[in-house]
Every structure is written in structure tokens, then in C-alpha cells.
Design a protein around this ligand. Structure first.
Ligand SMILES: Cc1cc2nc3c(=O)[nH]c(=O)nc-3n(C[C@H](O)[C@H](O)[C@H](O)COP(=O)(O)OP(=O)(O)OC[C@H]3O[C@@H](n4cnc5c(N)ncnc54)[C@H](O)[C@@H]3O)c2cc1C
Length: 484
């Protein structure tokens, strides 16, 4: 007889994975359904990676403001438990014209009202002392020491891994296309004809949450993608600041930022552009020019010669609603909406997961904490970060720890093999799990080596190894039939 899960979560982005992780503490059977070949291949892989400070939105008047400040505070616990890069480096909002100080004061007062720890209104001198990389033309600003940076994909991978260690099932390549309410449970159908049965369902499908809601007969809304382009600079760029630098925001966007990423590089962006196309992930020369100009205005060391790559992601914004939609559906039974998770969705994720569990309980799912010990994932050392003595110890255990495959980001064979064994079996999956291929040469030198390791670990012929689902295979021809 097939299993009837207590809860099915549709979408393995940061929201779905966070909900799975939280649910794995309870005595319920949970399944996470993801249409791609790995988790974190949606919006959660293509963002600015900032744990926002909690002052951009009112916590009293908006759900995203409330969840942002709570989520920010919950990151320390996640960081203790899970294996991902995170740093509370602090956030600055910089004003470059005296008339912008009015908006700075408004944000400061909103931050105070939201109880943002340590928020500070700053003079020009204080701003320059806090961040020497800031342009001399700054005239004042705001400092939120509790803001920070996070590596979003390693966070999602770690959440999903921990959830699985504690009993959650993950089904990738499961694109939800149908749902039948039998009265007691939902029968959820995939594009390839698989069926999963679950009593309660969470819709965390990101850009496609409107389509999933329709499948379940839930609320009708339209997700309008708001695209953001990001430009990544080499880890040696002299522009890398200590703190995240924001300009004064406008009505729709927080503006173009200079970000010291949690992975050690510098990033500038994003734009904010309504595109109408959920699959559009192009970047343009025009936007590149304007992003560089805006970033140089804040940090003069920003230079196009340090650019190593660009990417874009789209914020899943509900048309006509500038807030998250997280609620028990009024239309579909035992169906919880987690939609419209635009920025600050990454920051809010721990609090979103907490709220989703409360809503499941309100909807009737009994959540009792497990009595069995909770298992945390092992923290995998990154060879580029360890001391020479630690590297030597790892080498004694296995020489693969010091066999460097990705020279730009200094990633070892052992790290890559571990990632593959954890289920990251595409080139992009390995890249996001280990940073192999993220550096200056953008995988020009290491792709084939990584593919050979994937082939060896999984037994997949080289010609069948994919970059990621939508990007297809990489090699053709004489290597096609080889097992290695
Ligand atoms: C440019 C940019 C910058 C941003 N910067 C920040 C930031 O600095 N800080 C911050 O807090 N937030 C930021 N955000 C917002 C943040 O990235 C999102 O709020 C968050 O990633 C949304 O996560 P999610 O899990 O809801 O969606 P996703 O990560 O998109 O996850 C949804 C998942 O559902 C899957 N799916 C879709 N349809 C189906 C289906 N039918 N069946 C099965 N699976 C399905 C998708 O493949 C995907 O994996 C930014 C966003 C963008 C675009």
C-alpha cells in the first residue's frame, strides 16, 4: 500500500526546504517535491544573499517586515545547527545628497519601531570610519550591525540534507501538475505520471506558486516576475567592502548594492525590472553599464576589469500586492499558501517556516516533537579555509582532500566527491554545493574533471551528465558510451 504523507511541500527553494527542516523535528511524515534535479535551482540560487537588517519595512503593517526581523534573529541558531556560510558583517545605507537624509531618518525610525538591535544614525565621519571603502562623497547614513550575508544555495542544501537526515523524503524531478482531493488527502500527480498522497500541502513553488495554486483550486493570483541582474567580481577585487553598502531605496527597490558575499567575492546589483517572463535569466549590456556606474558612485574601487560573471533571478511578486501571501487557503482544504515570497524571503525563511508549521497546526495537523535524537549534518571543511595543519590532517585521512580540482576557488576532489554522494549529481549542483567552477575561469578548467568525478561516483555516462535540467547535457560524440 502506498504511503499517505502527513505533509507534502511543493518547491525545494529556501521556503520549502526551511519548512521541511522545521517539520523534521515533529513526528509527522513529510515529503518535499521539487521539479528540478536538485533543490535551490529556483529563485533561491540567484539573489543578493543578504540577511536584511529589519528596517526597510514596517513590522507592524507588513507581514514581510514582521518575518524579516524575526527571521534575521533566527539565523544564528540555523548557523550553529547547519553547514552554510554566514556572516553578520553589518549593513550601511549611504546618502550622497543632503536631501536623502530625510529618508534615512524615516528608515532609522522604522528600524527603532521594529526593535532592530543596535541600529544607528550616522554622520559622514562615522560612515567613513565604519567603511573605509565608501566614497568620500557620502554625507551620512544608517548602520544596522545585525544585517549580514549568507550563501543561499549552501543554506538550502544544508536545510534539505538535515531534513532528510531526520526522516523527510525528497523527491526531485517531480513537477506537480495535478491534484485530486479525495476527502482525507490530496493525490498529487507529477508531469511524468507519478502520484504522491498527502493530507496537507504547502505551496512553496516560488515563481510558479500561482500555477500550483490553480492546480489545487486555491486562491487566484498572478505572479509577476521582477528580474534582478547581479554582477560578480573576482575575490581579489580591491572594491570588496567589510559591510554591505546600500543606497537610499526607492518605492520598489532597495537599489544597487555593493556586497561582500559570504563566499568571499564581491557582488554588485541587483536591478528591478518587471519582465513578464518567468524563465528570462538574461543579463544585458545596458544594465551592466548602469549597475557599474551606480556601484562606482558608492565605492570607487569597483571596476569592470574585475568582473567574472553575471546572472539574474526574478522575485516572485504577486501582482497588485507588495507583500508575502502566507495563509491557510480559503478555497482549497488542507492547503497552505506560501506565495509572493519576494525579497526579503531569504532573510525571512526561518520565520516563514515557523509560521507555516503554526498554520499546519491551525489547519488540523497534530505536531508533536519527536522523542528520538535530532540529527544535524556534519560540517564539511572547505580546504581553502583551513590552516596548513588542518589540511595536513585531512591529507593523512585521504589525499583527495588536497587534490585541488577547482584552482580559482580552491576546491578539492574530496569536497566534490562528498557533494556528489549527498545527491548533487549535476554540474550546477556540484558548483553550488562546493563553489567549484564559481571563480575567475568560470569552470573553463575544471568542468571536465568534475564531470569525470560525477561519472565515477554515479556510474552515469559522461554524455548523460547535465549542467542542470533546463540547460541539458554537456558533451556529445565519442565520449558518449563511456562509463568514466
Ligand atoms: C535578484 C534577487 C535578489 C534578492 N536578494 C535577496 C536578498 O538579498 N535577501 C533576501 O532576503 N531575499 C532576496 N531575494 C528574494 C529571495 O531570493 C526569495 O524571496 C526566495 O529565494 C524565495 O524562495 P522560495 O523558496 O519561495 O522560491 P524558490 O527558490 O524559487 O523555490 C521554489 C521552488 O519550487 C519549484 N517548483 C516550481 N513549480 C513547481 C512544481 N509545479 N512542482 C514542483 N516544484 C516546483 C522550483 O523549481 C523552485 O525550486 C532576492 C531575489 C532576487 C530575484
Amino acid at each position: 500500500m502506498s504511503i499517505i504523507y502527513d505533509a507534502a511541500i511543493i518547491g525545494g527553494g529556501v521556503c520549502g526546504a526551511a519548512a521541511a527542516y522545521r517539520l523534521s523535528r515533529y513526528d509527522v511524515k513529510t515529503i518535499l517535491l521539487e521539479k528540478e534535479s536538485d533543490v535551490s535551482f529556483g529563485v533561491s540560487k540567484a539573489n543578493s544573499g543578504i540577511v536584511h537588517g529589519g528596517f526597510h519595512y514596517s513590522a507592524q503593517r507588513t507581514l514581510k517586515g514582521r518575518l524579516e526581523i524575526r527571521g534575521n534573529l533566527m539565523y544564528d541558531q540555523w548557523h550553529q545547527e547547519l553547514d552554510f556560510a554566514f556572516k553578520r558583517c553589518g549593513i550601511l545605507i549611504a546618502a550622497f545628497k543632503p536631501e536623502q537624509m530625510e529618508e534615512i531618518r524615516r528608515l532609522y525610525e522604522q528600524g527603532v519601531e521594529n526593535n532592530v538591535p543596535g541600529i544607528e544614525l550616522c554622520t559622514r565621519e562615522r560612515m567613513l570610519a565604519l567603511e573605509p571603502k565608501l566614497s568620500e562623497t557620502v554625507c551620512g547614513g544608517l548602520h544596522a550591525p545585525g544585517g549580514g550575508v549568507v550563501e543561499p544555495y549552501s543554506l538550502v542544501f544544508s536545510l534539505a540534507e538535515a531534513a532528510q537526515l531526520n526522516g523527510v523524503e525528497l523527491k526531485t524531478r517531480f513537477k506537480t501538475v495535478s491534484a485530486v482531493n479525495t476527502g482525507d488527502y490530496w493525490e498529487i500527480g507529477s508531469e511524468s505520471g507519478e502520484k504522491v498522497q498527502a493530507r496537507y500541502v504547502i505551496n512553496a513553488a516560488g515563481l510558479f506558486a500561482d500555477e500550483v495554486s490553480k492546480v489545487f483550486g486555491g486562491e487566484e493570483f498572478v505572479i509577476s516576475p521582477r528580474k534582478g541582474e547581479e554582477y560578480l567580481l573576482d575575490r581579489l577585487s580591491p572594491a570588496r567592502p567589510e559591510k554591505v553598502i546600500f543606497p537610499v531605496p526607492d518605492e520598489h527597490t532597495k537599489g544597487v548594492l555593493v556586497i561582500p558575499t559570504a563566499g568571499g567575492t564581491t557582488m554588485i546589483g541587483p536591478t528591478a525590472q518587471i519582465t513578464g517572463d518567468k524563465t528570462d535569466n538574461a543579463t544585458t549590456d545596458l544594465n551592466k553599464k548602469s549597475i557599474f556606474a551606480l556601484a562606482k558612485n558608492m565605492v570607487s574601487g569597483v571596476s569592470e576589469k574585475d568582473l567574472i560573471t553575471s546572472f539574474s533571478g526574478s522575485r516572485p511578486v504577486i501582482e497588485g500586492k507588495e507583500d508575502f501571501l502566507i495563509q491557510i487557503s480559503d478555497k482549497a482544504p488542507r492547503f497552505i499558501q506560501c506565495a509572493g515570497i519576494q525579497s526579503p524571503g531569504l532573510t525571512s525563511a526561518p520565520a516563514i517556516a515557523e509560521l507555516l508549521c503554526q498554520l499546519l497546526q491551525e489547519a488540523g495537523l497534530f505536531l508533536q516533537e519527536k522523542t528520538t535524537p535530532f540529527i544535524l549534518p556534519e560540517k564539511v571543511p572547505a580546504i581553502r579555509e583551513v590552516t596548513a595543519e588542518e589540511a595536513d590532517k585531512l591529507f593523512q585521512k585521504d589525499p583527495a582532500w588536497t587534490h585541488i580540482i577547482c584552482r580559482c576557488e580552491k576546491v578539492s576532489e574530496a569536497e566534490i566527491r562528498l557533494a556528489i554522494r549527498k545527491g548533487h549529481t549535476t554540474l550546477d549542483g556540484v558548483k553550488l554545493a562546493t563553489r567549484a567552477g564559481m571563480g575567475r575561469c568560470q569552470s573553463g578548467f575544471c568542468s571536465l574533471e568534475i564531470m569525470k568525478l560525477i561519472a565515477e561516483e554515479t556510474g552515469t555516462p559522461l554524455a548523460e551528465i547535465i549542467k542542470r535540467e533546463s540547460a541539458g547535457t554537456i558533451v556529445t560524440g565519442c565520449l558518449g558510451g563511456e562509463k568514466k
